[in-house]
Design a binder for this molecule. Structure first.
Ligand code: KG4
Ligand code: ZN
Length: 355
């Protein structure tokens, strides 16, 4: 089977072709809109939607050429149907529907989070169930992946996502957007023990997350050290980046340890911990999750960093998995700005709940 996947839910325009035979990833092109959003210190939805529209046609043509195939060779077309910035999602979904209609191909609307959740099966031979820490710019959840379309949420954030905390933290430290890679680079030269930031939710029961208090603590730590023009000394920048990365990491590890216990109780034979989403590209976090898994006798599987951040291959693969089960969508599918993976999950304890 050959499936085209389109991802346009945030600030990457991405198109990929994957197969379930032989070489799985036949083409995987990601066009970052970084330069367009960087001056604004974050993603501007209207700029993103227009950029997707400008680039998507050409990118799909290049992906098919890179895979050495034409539209006629495809078995299906998948696009991110949500959740995400709705203007961009509409661009991708409309394009996929048009191709499906013109070429008489099945159309699959993929939940972006399911794309992240199933990426591991594109690169590793892993069955269900597995425990998943999904950490990205918009989401921070612990889930048991029990099958395609079958997700049991154990916890979520009551305010910001971990990636958002990296991004906002980087902004406070005067580092580039996106903040995760910038914090990771700066932290490499820093001392994580000189300035101690709070570890949100650490030691509390359950698997929910919270990061807004950490952001406030960082703002205060910056204000205490900044000179008159608001600048930090390079050593303070590096040490605060290391402190932030350590605090986010401690919080993620503590919550994941609680989730391991719940996973074990529900699935005594379950033996894998998986991480996915953009923050999963963080090397320090990967190392710590690997140690945690080892302590609990679990296998730890993390897709390569380039497949953790948003890409088309993850959407194509989730589309392929759905197509194999006959789970296709009609051309009347309406793009969804919000689309929880586990609609039955109880709301997180606290205010400002995100899906
Ligand atoms: O999954 P993703 O590409 O987009 C969303 O669906 O949100 O995740 C993007 C997020 C951003 O917040 C970015 O700062 C974070 O992932 N990120 C990282 C790293 N690379 C990307 N966070 C920490 N360390 C990294 N190396
Ligand atoms: Zn994502």
């Amino acid at each position: 089977m050959l499936v085209l996947g389109i991802e346009t839910s945030c600030d990457e325009t991405a198109a990929a072709v994957v197969s379930d035979e032989g070489e799985r990833i036949r083409a995987n092109l990601v066009l970052s809109q970084l330069a367009e959003h960087q001056p604004h210190g974050g993603v501007v939805p209207e700029i993103a939607a227009r950029a997707h529209l400008d680039h998507l046609d050409g990118l799909i043509a290049r992906a098919l050429a890179a895979a050495g195939i034409s539209f006629a060779d495809l078995d299906g077309v998948a696009a991110t149907g949500g959740p995400g910035l709705i203007g961009g999602v509409i661009v991708g979904v409309t394009e996929a529907k048009a191709i499906a209609l013109a070429r008489r191909l099945p159309f699959i609307a993929v939940n972006h989070l399911e794309g992240h959740a199933l990426t591991v099966r594109l690169v590793a031979d892993i069955g269900f169930p597995y425990l998943l820490l999904l950490v990205s710019g918009g989401h921070c959840q612990l889930l048991i992946v029990e099958g395609i379309g079958r997700y049991r949420r154990l916890g979520t954030t009551i305010d910001d996502a971990a990636g958002e905390c990296f991004d906002k933290g980087a902004k406070l430290l005067g580092l580039d957007y996106p903040g995760g890679p910038a914090i990771e680079r700066a932290a490499a030269a820093g001392d994580a023990t000189r300035i101690i930031l709070p570890r949100p939710m650490k030691g509390r029961p359950g698997c929910d997350f919270s990061f807004s208090g950490l952001k406030t603590a960082l703002r205060q730590a910056v204000a205490e050290r900044a000179s008159g023009d608001g600048r930090l000394a390079p050593k303070d920048t590096a040490d605060l980046a290391a402190a932030l990365q350590a605090a986010i990491g401690d919080s993620l590890i503590d919550r994941t340890a609680n989730a391991v216990a719940l996973f074990r109780a529900r699935h005594p034979a379950g033996n894998s911990l998986v991480v996915a989403g953009g923050v999963a590209a963080n090397a320090a976090l990967r190392r710590r999750l690997g140690d945690l898994a080892q302590r609990h006798g679990l296998d730890f599987i993390a897709p390569p960093p380039a497949l953790c951040t948003d890409n088309g291959a993850m959407i194509a693969w989730a589309g392929l998995e759905r197509l194999r089960l006959g789970l296709t969508d009609g051309l009347d599918f309406a793009p969804r700005p919000r689309w929880p993976l586990d609609p039955d999950a109880a709301p997180a304890i606290g205010a400002g709940v995100k899906a």
